[in-house]
Design a protein around this ligand. Sequence first.
Ligand code: PMP
Length: 362
Amino acid sequence: MTERIYNFSAGPAVLPLPVLEQVQRDLISLPGVGMSILEISHRSKKFDEIIQGAEEDMRKLAGIPANYHILFLQGGASLQFSMVPMNLLPAGGKADYILTGSWSKKAMKEAQKIGSVNVPASTESDNFSRIPKQSELKLDPEATYVHYTTNNTIFGTEWSYIPDVGSTPLVADASSDIFSGPIDIEKYALIYAGAQKNLAPAGLTLVIIRDDMLARSPKGMHTMLDYNTHASNKSLYNTPPVFAIYVMRLVMTWLLENGGLEAMKRLNDEKARILYESIDSSDFYRGHAASDSRSSMNVTFRLPSEDLEKQFVSEATRAGLDGLKGHRSVGGCRASIYNAFPKSGVESLSAFMKEFERTNRQ
Ligand code: PMP
């Protein structure tokens, strides 16, 4: 097998090796089927087993109750920026959007095309380096829902608590930390996530929606944009992303076999601790996120100069540590360490950081 390097990409991102190996083994011919997953009908018995298996394992893994639908959609988390308000926000109605980064702003812009948006809190003036405290949230009691982004992929901040929004339905974009630890589904009315970080390859979007939210979709909605279409057709109204669903099904099994979400949380916390310790133990590196807002999935940091940052990224790539360039809006470096990212890769980066500092400190 060709040697694999450590992939710190923010997404599409690293997948569990045992999953890739199984995909490779079974790609030409699925056991008992004699055809590739890339070739079989989404209406076949085998695919039915796969999509149902994915849903069952996900319910078990995350404790998703029966009154929530699990939808496997397309269009990325970005299409959910539109589908959420199209379905949940009545024309001229009001919604709350908490702004903690570029993705929450993009989500808000789509909602503004349908109704009026109140911003209960924004940390933009701090360059999105922190998550607001509960006491900062100025929620609108008339909002039809509250939207927030659980983990800010670009800025490397993550909510350490679920905002208390009273009886207003809570909607979360959990694209970059879904299933990185236990999740209290019943606190949410709707959760969505692009799959290409913690779940599967790109092309698949997960939506977990509480039953009562389905009744909110206005009559006359375009069929494909209506959550009811996908809920009543078990995500098979049209041809779904068959391959991505298959890989996600294997990822769900891998998560269950590896101790589930509690075990993932322990491992993710440990990986993040190693990197934040490397940052904190020196004034050569500077974390972007405030310490109480740090993400366990995307670790963002700066070096003393942009030239050193460029050099760091290119030398790291040569050392088999790929994808460390930060997003242009923050600059610097970003290490994305999702569920499937191995602890050994974090240890390698930490050692590389020490050595880079030793040879480049002026
Ligand atoms: N929300 C968050 C938090 C993201 O990180 C991303 C993608 N990086 C998106 C939304 C957009 O996702 P997609 O590319 O699947 O549309």
